[in-house]
Ligand binder design. Structure first.
Ligand code: 13P
Ligand code: SF4
Length: 347
């Protein structure tokens, strides 16, 4: 068993040895013990852009979750290998839409609406879903370009199918002035479309998926915060429920949240509704501001947290082995890339 110091020294040594042959991207939700070694940090969009731009690293050790590593593999060339330090670092939301369910939904929706639907998928989805979307003319979206991409899609077709996060889809559509009566929700458990009113008015078909971390921020949390700290600004991630986003002062991606707090006046007060590691880091980096988690119990993303310092070291020590390589099959990757590229040129 190595001590923390020994583990840290090992990472430093390997990074020095490999130089630009190694690239470590880190998502903002990663633990401090890991993020300190990231060559670049970012939200999902930035990490996808960086992967697409990086042509020289042979080894990309992705500190984030499975779908992010898949995206990096799709956007890099064949001689670049992408590693995920713990293969169990998935995303429960991405697992809420599988390809069979999506194909079943698509068939039923075509019967109902004909060829009037363009599929969009949040990047928090499997490569197979991205491939399905790419093959059907659609694109991926992230929380920082969802509005642009929904507008883009509704400029092409009358309707969209938005996979797999109902909250990001609903929040984005609502921000664009689309009414709740123009939104329906596909339930993959019952294979049924749930809607209110006239089905022909439906323009946005949401998928019944959600993030179990962000669903922990509630209307009650907002009310409690407002009661205790009337002057506090509330900023949340758009994976939170509609009611919470509506009551918050601001909503946006992880990078948006970071920048908003950086720009804020010293002495200002903030309650943040997003993953715990990021909230704690923002608190530490801004001792001049009063910052709390919108949910006082703090909400960790358990799968993001599977990537810890021992896993990072182990992964770096085994780059010549195939254990943790994320490799999307060429047929899937080719189609998924279409969906990702349609997003990247629009962002
Ligand atoms: P961002 O794109 O805002 O970084 O979000 C990624 C994510 O998984 C949020 O739960
Ligand atoms: Fe997935 Fe939610 Fe974790 Fe983001 S916070 S990786 S959406 S489970």
């Amino acid at each position: 068993q190595m001590t923390r110091e020994e583990l840290e020294n090992r990472v430093i040594e390997i990074k020095k040895q490999l130089g630009s042959r190694l690239f470590i991207p880190g998502h903002h939700y990663q633990k401090d013990e890991v993020i300190q070694f990231a060559d670049a940090t970012g939200d999902s969009l930035k990490l996808a852009q960086l992967s697409a731009e990086n042509t020289e690293a042979e080894f990309i050790v992705f500190c984030g979750v499975h779908f992010m590593a898949e995206t990096a593999d799709i956007l890099t060339s064949d001689n670049q290998k992408v590693f995920l330090p713990d293969m169990r670092a998935g995303c429960s939301m991405a697992d809420m839409a599988d390809i069979q369910q999506t194909e079943t939904a698509w068939e039923k929706l075509q019967e109902l609406f004909g060829d009037t639907i363009l599929p969009l998928t949040y990047v928090n989805s499997t490569a197979a879903i991205k491939a399905f979307v790419g093959a059907n003319g659609g694109a991926t979206v992230t929380s920082s370009n969802a509005e642009t991409m929904v507008k883009w899609a509704l400029g092409i077709k009358e309707r969209i199918l938005f996979l797999p996060d109902q909250h990001l889809g609903r929040n984005t559509a609502a921000d664009l002035g689309i009414g709740l009566d123009e939104m329906a929700i596909w339930n993959p458990m019952t294979n049924a479309l749930e809607y209110v009113g006239d089905v022909s008015k439906v323009r946005v078909i949401l998928w019944k998926g959600h993030c179990s971390v962000h669903e922990n921020f509630t209307v009650q949390n907002v009310a409690d915060t407002r009661a205790q700290y009337p002057e506090m600004k509330i900023i949340v991630h758009p994976e939170c429920r509609r009611e919470v986003v509506e009551l918050a002062d601001m909503a946006g991606s992880t990078s948006y949240i970071i920048h908003a707090i950086e720009k804020a006046d010293p002495g200002s007060a903030w309650a943040i509704g997003t993953e715990m590691n990021l909230v704690n880091r923002i608190i530490q980096e801004h001792p001049d501001k009063h910052i709390i988690s919108l949910n006082p119990h703090m909400c960790p993303c358990l799968t993001m947290n599977r990537i810890d310092l021992p896993h990072l070291v182990w992964s770096l020590e085994t780059l010549e082995e195939t254990n943790n390589i994320i490799k999307v099959s060429p047929e899937i990757a080719e189609k998924a890339k279409l969906a990702l590229e349609r997003m990247l040129i629009n962002s």
